[in-house]
Design a protein around this ligand. Structure first.
Ligand code: 5GP
Length: 125
């Protein structure tokens, strides 16, 4: 079910439960602003999700409401995760789905880090 990114934050979403430790995840990184873990249904050899700790539905919500420290911390965390995973030299793709046309499924902002093979065209034709 695709997310309506204009709805208010719902703290029963699956990533909120992961942040609260109610559901396990394969954690690869955490700091004050972000948590990163392996996607449960990987679309590439490396498929990591990076999420902010704060309650933001989407990139739209985050970029409008988060304070500068949260935004800087989250962006730096995405870069750190990719560097620590050794992805900079071979290359990687970042992807953040927002709303129905993107097919966003989980209503807590997440940036996908995809890597580990040539990833092909950016979008399906
Ligand atoms: P979206 O389509 O919202 O951009 O991506 C949601 C992603 O979350 C999907 O790639 C999906 O496999 C992943 N996902 C959904 N539920 C879980 C979960 O419980 N644990 C983990 N690690 N990933 C999940």
């Amino acid at each position: 079910m695709a997310v309506d990114a204009t709805l208010p934050y719902d703290d029963s979403n699956i990533f909120a439960k992961i942040l609260r430790g109610e559901i396990p995840c394969a954690k690869v990184y955490e700091d004050d602003h972000a948590l990163a873990f392996n996607d449960i249904n990987p679309q590439a050899p490396t498929h990591i999700l990076v999420i902010p700790r704060g309650p933001y539905v989407s990139w739209d919500d985050f970029s409008a409401r988060a304070d500068d420290a949260e935004i800087a911390g989250f962006i730096r965390a995405v870069g750190a995760v990719a560097r620590e995973a050794g992805l900079v030299e071979p290359g990687y793709r970042l992807l953040a789905n927002v709303g129905p046309h993107s097919h966003q499924e989980v209503p807590h902002l997440h940036v996908h880090i995809l890597a580990g093979r040539p990833l092909g065209p950016m979008l399906a034709k």
